[in-house]
Design a binder for this molecule. Structure first.
Ligand code: 45D
Length: 171
């Protein structure tokens, strides 16, 4: 199944109907309460589950172009630095990378994380350790996320990644 930007935004309006889906705000709340490592791990597992429904065409070459400089920078870092950068984004630590990320649009932020996952799958970015154990809350968020439909999953992910990084224009 493939999704264009248009069909995805049609799905967003459906997903915003919270009365039929309290799972969305609940999932976001529990996700944000996770420790940073579990947040990163849940995102990674979500990607491995959703990978088939996200197409590079849907994420848009233009959006990735905006993120390309940052993605290139991260590829040149050591594994330890790559992990640190991702933890900094998730914890909103104020760093040059977090500020570069902060000016992306929400879709570019999603495309950035998607591309990071692709780089992980290619072995160019540090992998999640094979034996990594999610906390109980982490597993619960992941299970809930898996049960949502694609549009609802995107709604959760948009909220989560849009809050990451640091907006350099906010004070
Ligand atoms: O533009 O040692 C649409 C820890 C169309 C543990 C779309 C770890 C419009 C300790 C389809 C809507 C686990 C922390 C876009 C190590 C449009 C430890 C959608 C490592 C863009 C090493 C796009 C953890 C979508 C690591 C849906 C390395 C994009 C974790 C979805 C890394 C993207 C996690 C997703 C990463 C990306 C997760 C879900 C990179 C997830 C990325």
């Amino acid at each position: 199944m493939t999704f264009t930007s248009d069909s995805a935004s049609t799905q967003f309006s459906g997903a915003f109907n919270y009365s039929t889906s309290d799972a969305i705000p609940a999932t976001i709340t529990v996700f944000k309460a996770l420790n940073v490592d579990d947040q990163l791990a849940v995102l990674w597992y979500a990607y491995t589950e959703m990978g088939r429904s996200i197409t590079p065409a849907a994420t848009g070459a233009a959006r990735l172009q905006l993120a390309e400089g940052l993605l290139n920078q991260i590829q040149q870092m050591s594994h330890a630095e790559q992990l640190e950068v991702m933890r900094d984004l998730a914890t909103q630590r104020n760093t040059p990378v977090s500020r570069s990320y902060g000016i992306f649009s929400v879709n570019t932020k999603l495309a950035f994380w998607y591309e990071l996952s692709e780089l992980m799958a290619k072995g160019l970015v540090i992998p999640v350790p094979a034996g990594y154990q999610l906390s109980r809350d982490g597993s619960q968020v992941l299970e809930t996320l898996k049960e949502l439909d694609f549009g609802q999953q995107i709604t959760v992910l948009r909220k989560v990644v849009s809050d990451m990084g640091v907006d350099p224009l906010a004070d």
